[in-house]
Design a protein around this ligand. Structure first.
Ligand code: TIU
Length: 233
């Protein structure tokens, strides 16, 4: 059975058992003061807008039995996976690996690298650690999606024009249908958020579809059938 999701540039019918919710980089390092986002010169409070709508979608997706996948941007403590070209930006005291109020900036295992409590993964939800902006680059995300029979991605998280857009472009080239929930994404630049969404849905949906939490929740509510078994045929 397919579920119709109201979206732009046109509605999309998807099989929810072949659809995963992807939550991109909802980490303290991007959303809380003292982390990577702030060291880049950003007002991190702008990202808060995505938390509540995303909480509602996450709850509904879990209740519907969807596969939920979380990603985290960050690097190994020895920084062997951090390209010098990425690290050598900004003041040395604020670079990736430097000590900050939430531990070393953008380093795996540090408090700042963790996912915010409001959207914390539950047992059984894959968490993909990624060294770059795109969630497919040097990760096992594609293998996980294939093993779980996933063809469609509901994409959420931060930031709209950086990690969300990069991941959507990577996913689109790999043949996944991406449905981006605009109000469940956010940027440090409101104009980039708006344009980032426009770029995805322009030209007949050149990279994917764009909708909001309200439409997604309505689509879940329309499905009163049995819970979806992850990876079932
Ligand atoms: N996750 C993600 O988007 N990483 C960034 O570095 N974003 C910025 O907007 N800087």
């Amino acid at each position: 059975m397919k579920t119709l999701i109201g979206a732009e540039p046109q509605p999309l019918a998807v099989a929810l058992e072949r659809t995963a919710l992807l939550v991109i980089d909802m980490q303290r390092d991007f959303l809380e003061p003292g982390g990577f986002g702030e060291t880049l010169g950003n007002d991190v409070s702008l990202l808060k807008a995505a938390v509540k709508p995303l909480q509602a979608v996450l709850k509904a997706a879990r209740a519907a039995g969807l596969l939920v996948i979380h990603t985290r941007e960050g690097h190994r403590p020895d920084m062997s996976d951090a390209p010098p070209a990425k690290v050598e930006r900004g003041e040395p005291s604020k670079r990736i690996g430097a000590p900050g109020p939430m531990g070393r900036i953008l380093i795996r295992g540090e408090p700042g690298h963790d996912i915010i409590p409001e959207l914390y993964p539950v047992a059984g939800e894959p968490v993909i650690d990624k060294p770059g902006k795109g969630a497919f680059y040097q990760t096992d995300l594609e293998l996980t999606l294939r093993n779980c029979g996933i063809e469609n991605l509901i994409v959420t998280g931060v930031t709209t024009e950086v990690c969300v857009n990069t991941t959507v472009r990577e996913a689109n080239d790999r043949g996944y249908r991406c449905i981006v929930l605009g109000d469940c994404c956010a940027s440090y630049f409101p104009e980039f958020h708006e344009m980032g969404l426009k770029m995805i849905k322009a030209q007949g949906g050149i990279f994917g579809w764009v909708t909001g939490s309200k439409q997604m929740l309505a689509a879940f509510a329309a499905n009163k059938g049995p819970k979806y078994a992850q990876g079932s045929a």
